[in-house]
Design a protein around this ligand. Structure first.
Ligand code: XIL
Length: 549
């Protein structure tokens, strides 16, 4: 990952000369911003009416006085500071940040369909600050990093990056954020168009191709394992998607709807804290459409996910659900954990009997720097929280439901060893059935190392294997489509070989359908293009199963 970042940085530096160099004066629209929340909708109406539509848009902020056009994002307070600067005089101080995405934001609607370059100087105790872009395609919002700048507390660091905004994007917003919540000083921020500018007043609707004559992945692989995809309920409003999912896949994972932040009911819980103290309230509106679709079209579902450090609201972990107070004690958290697992599993089985055959019980518990991640589950329950979660999951899961652990980079030696260490007691207790390999990979990842890791999970723990979130980020060359296609083909050929050699691989799930709806769309990691035309990656998967040695 590190290497990739450095590479992207060098590349963007080399390409810099290709970008429009015009420096426009800062738009002097908003003085010190005092408006309440800078909701996305609000800033979309702030477009300058006088701007020439054919002129390339520019965001350019020197922060040399109190006039700046930055809008607040989240709960922040923005202050112009005079004594601080990367260049000239003055900078913007962003503080009172409560979420990683709290910072400043700019309407970037006019960049639709164009490549942009964003640049800025930052000072922060955060180890890094990002310039990111948010937009929606097909009703799915994605959040993408344009550039991540490593920052220091006592001096400014500058960085720039490029990003191509799709023609079908809506509600485009460029913003500054950072994972940790320390304040950020920002200076000399600019966003410009690279190359020729084309103005798209609104999102260009995608014209989908006819997919009915494609070979079918689920048919071709039916003697080996299930082929799955990740869904969102928005996609199920679109006829071409409904059709392709039905034709190609026999398993699906709800990409977001089954996660704790979508299931846990904050309002209901805090309205009666006494009642819900040990069993937070849950709601299931978000999952119904996708589960109905799966049931009605003969797909099985992987339940994703019960315990995770992400997409899990923080209030869950506090005494009386009161963020800012004390963390809840171990016994309280064990009860909340048990009841959450119980309520989710029981509701699912009652309403959709037999549909969810597999649960990712714990997701991403390994730390990238070794050992277990010090998540709020870890902090409140303690080191055995994984064992406890699987114990409860086994207790409430319907018979024959498979219980999985799921993680990314789980093919890497150190992470694999950590995972094996903390799963061993769960295996010994008989409470886990499988290892989920997320497999967010790229064309430079060694397939033989990956396969050796799969073999090792089986040899050491005897676990069944699912590839749960496959996507393969493209390379940088012109022939990236072919390169990626060859990678998919070899990857699947090797998976099939392991399967033949007796490793119980029971499903391979792709994390999305077309590149547009990927969570990392700018890496073009999936097997269908935006219009659902097939990529060499799709053909590679078909060839792998047809031409087995
Ligand atoms: C991603 C979803 O696809 C996005 O829509 C969401 O914004 C963030 O999460 N590992 C996981 C998945 O286990 O749940 C994540 O899914 C991708 C990484």
């Amino acid at each position: 990952m590190k290497l990739k970042k450095v590479y992207a940085f060098i590349l963007s530096a080399l390409l810099l000369s290709g970008c429009a160099a015009a420096e426009a004066p800062a738009q002097e629209t908003a003085a010190e911003s005092t408006s309440e929340s800078a909701a996305a909708e609000e800033i979309l109406s702030l477009e300058s009416a006088s701007a020439e539509e054919t002129e390339p848009p520019v965001i350019s902020e020197a922060f040399s006085d109190e006039n700046f056009s930055a809008e607040k994002r989240g709960t922040v307070i923005l202050r112009y500071t005079e004594d601080e600067a990367a260049s000239d005089k003055g900078a913007l101080r962003i503080f009172n940040r409560n979420n990683s995405w709290d910072g400043v934001q700019y309407n970037a609607e006019k960049f639709r369909g164009n490549e942009l370059e964003a640049e800025g100087s930052f000072r922060s105790a955060n180890p890094s600050v990002r310039i990111s872009v948010q937009y929606s395609v097909n009703g799915n919002t994605s959040y993408n990093t344009i550039v991540s700048v490593d920052t220091k507390e006592d001096s400014y660091s500058k960085g720039s990056g490029k990003y191509e905004i799709p023609k079908n994007a809506e509600n485009i917003i460029v913003y500054v954020e950072s994972d940790r919540l320390e304040e950020i000083y920002i200076d000399d921020l600019s966003v410009k168009v690279c190359g020729e500018y084309t103005y798209y007043p609104e999102a260009v609707a995608t014209e989908y191709v006819d997919t009915s004559d494609y070979p079918s992945l689920k048919e071709e692989y039916k003697d080996y394992f299930r082929i799955g995809t990740a869904t969102t309920s928005n996609l199920l409003d679109k006829e071409p998607y409904i059709k392709i999912i039905k034709a190609q896949y026999n398993s699906m994972t709800l990409g977001n709807s089954f996660k704790p932040d979508s299931i846990l009911d904050h309002n209901k819980t805090v309205r009666d804290v006494e009642k819900y103290m040990y069993s937070p309230a849950v709601k299931f509106d978000a999952v119904k459409k996708e589960l109905d679709y799966a049931r009605d079209n003969g797909l099985t579902v992987r339940g994703h996910t019960l315990l995770w450090h992400n997409q899990t609201p923080e209030w869950l972990f506090y005494k009386n659900y009161n963020i800012g107070g004390e963390l809840a004690d171990r016994e309280t958290m064990l009860s909340r954990m048990e009841n959450y697992i119980k309520n989710v599993m029981e509701w699912t089985e009652e309403n959709y009997p037999g549909l969810v055959r597999t649960w990712d019980v714990v997701n991403e518990a390994a730390d990238d720097d070794g050992g277990m991640r010090k998540s709020l589950w870890y902090q409140t329950v303690g080191e055995d929280y994984i064992e406890q979660a699987f114990k409860f999951a086994r207790k409430y899961a319907p018979e024959d439901t498979k219980l999985f652990y799921n993680d990314y980079n789980s093919y890497q030696t150190r992470k694999q060893n950590d995972i094996i260490t903390f799963l061993r007691p769960v295996v010994e207790a008989g409470n886990i059935d499988g290892m989920g390999m997320q497999s967010h990979i790229n064309v430079d990842i060694s397939i033989s190392q990956y396969m050796a890791a799969l073999q090792k999970y089986y040899d050491e723990l005897g676990l069944e294997i699912n590839v749960t979130e496959l996507d393969v980020c493209r390379g940088k060359g012109d022939d990236w489509q072919e390169e990626q296609g060859a990678y998919y083909k070899e990857f699947m050929s090797e998976i099939l070989k392991l399967r033949k050699n007796g490793i119980p691989i029971t499903s391979v799930t792709l994390w999305g359908i077309s590149d547009t709806d990927s969570w990392i769309s700018s890496d073009y990691p999936l097997i269908f293009n935006d219009d659902l035309s097939r990529k060499p990656a799709f053909d590679g998967m078909i060839e792998a199963v047809k031409n087995q040695e």
